[in-house]
Design a protein. Structure first.
Length: 136
């Protein structure tokens, strides 16, 4: 079957996209991650955040998951925004994960993030062949 015959909405429900620049709404961390799956429980959001290596950061904030991110996520660094985007993608559980420059941020947590990506492959997609370079 040609991909042109598949409705766009159907394709989008099967994919998760993490762009180099993650766009966040002027809302809480919780609600920005929850965009990935609006009916997700808090426990599911926490698990996705742990896989994206952003949970520990969130936990040290005074309001934790209820912390506001500011207009376009301006209260966070670009790496923190990207990790929230990754948590959003993990929460969505799409069959295809598309990463735009996943190594564009260099942090000590990168290995944990790659592990989170690798651990997902057994669930719904094969990611291991997509990462060519680890910057550890």
């Amino acid at each position: 079957m040609s991909i042109k015959k598949i409705p766009t909405h159907s394709l989008r429900t099967k994919q998760s996209l993490v762009e180099q620049e993650t766009y966040l709404f002027n809302d809480t961390i919780l609600n920005n991650i929850k965009i990935g799956r609006p009916d997700a429980s808090l426990e599911e959001i926490i698990q996705a955040s742990k896989k994206a290596s952003v949970h520990n950061f969130i936990e040290i904030l005074p309001l934790k998951y209820e912390t506001g991110v500011g207009e376009l996520g301006g209260q966070l660094s670009s790496g923190e925004r990207q990790c929230l985007g990754l948590a959003r993608a993990f929460l969505h559980e799409g069959e295809v994960l598309i990463l735009d420059e996943p190594t564009s941020f260099k942090r000590r947590n990168d290995f944990k993030i790659y592990y989170g990506l690798y651990s997902q492959q057994n669930h719904y997609y094969d990611f291991s062949s997509k990462i060519k370079h680890f910057y550890l």
